[in-house]
Write a protein that binds this ligand. Sequence first.
Ligand SMILES: Cc1cc2nc3c(=O)[nH]c(=O)nc-3n(C[C@H](O)[C@H](O)[C@H](O)COP(=O)(O)OP(=O)(O)OC[C@H]3O[C@@H](n4cnc5c(N)ncnc54)[C@H](O)[C@@H]3O)c2cc1C
Length: 259
Amino acid sequence: MSKYNTPPGALKDVLPEKLESDKMRVVLLSYTADPERLCGSAAKSCYSERGASDIYREISREDASRVVSHVRDMGHHSVLEHANFTFSLEGVSRVLTHQLVRHRIASYSQQSQRYVKVEEASVVEPSSVKDNPRAHEVFNRIVEEAKEAYQKLLKEGIPAEDARFILPQGIETNIVVTMNARELWHFFTLRTCFRAQWEINQVAWEMLRLVKEVAPELFRGAGPACIRGPCPEGPKSCGWWRTREARRMREEYRKARLK
Ligand SMILES: Cc1cc2nc3c(=O)[nH]c(=O)nc-3n(C[C@H](O)[C@H](O)[C@H](O)COP(=O)(O)OP(=O)(O)OC[C@H]3O[C@@H](n4cnc5c(N)ncnc54)[C@H](O)[C@@H]3O)c2cc1C
């Protein structure tokens, strides 16, 4: 793993070599059919006497991509709200989901700790802990104690919704999230940034890779702010934006916009 949470090269779709936890899964469950054709037709309908239904029927893939690219770069981003993307995030920690649900322009369905008892649940162990034998020992001892205490509380007749108060934040969970393309752009800007916490950072990069596969033009240039311009993080910046690789990426992005 590089000095940064995620290796550089967003425009080349270079992604984390592997997700930190073997159990962590990011799946694109579903998305609006033909998202670029839909957003392209909606955008075109703003400037046409014809309705979007006619335009949608006739618009070519190339034309839709061209229009999407144009409105995206113009900042006419409401058009991107027509395309929705639904992901299943599995085997992630509650630390991650707590940060994720701060993104308000989205819909969520999370595994319930009231109805699903934590029988054999794992806890996500960060590599900083795993790679340090003494830290690993402390971490696992306390996790095991917490799990035992949880089971004892259940045996005492304490409801699962109360027994869960003892569980660690790192406990694994599953969540389904739906965001539209505009909110995803915003989410990617914040969470693919190398300053974001590593778990949500890895998930965000994987979500970006998945949406780029199905809607490359909608998400061209999506990623941390530093691939489009200067880093907004000020003194907290990781400094990557000053590297030659970052400058090269911004140049590629600028050229793609001029095409
Ligand atoms: C590196 C990093 C560190 C962070 N550290 C902390 C921390 O220490 N403590 C903490 O509490 N949070 C922290 N956060 C979370 C952060 O403050 C935001 O809550 C989170 O990133 C969601 O982003 P958002 O509010 O811009 O956008 P979203 O909720 O995703 O909304 C998207 C956009 O819609 C608009 N919008 C949404 N709701 C409203 C509204 N009610 N009024 C006006 N406009 C609205 C805004 O333009 C907003 O940017 C951190 C985030 C990051 C990336």
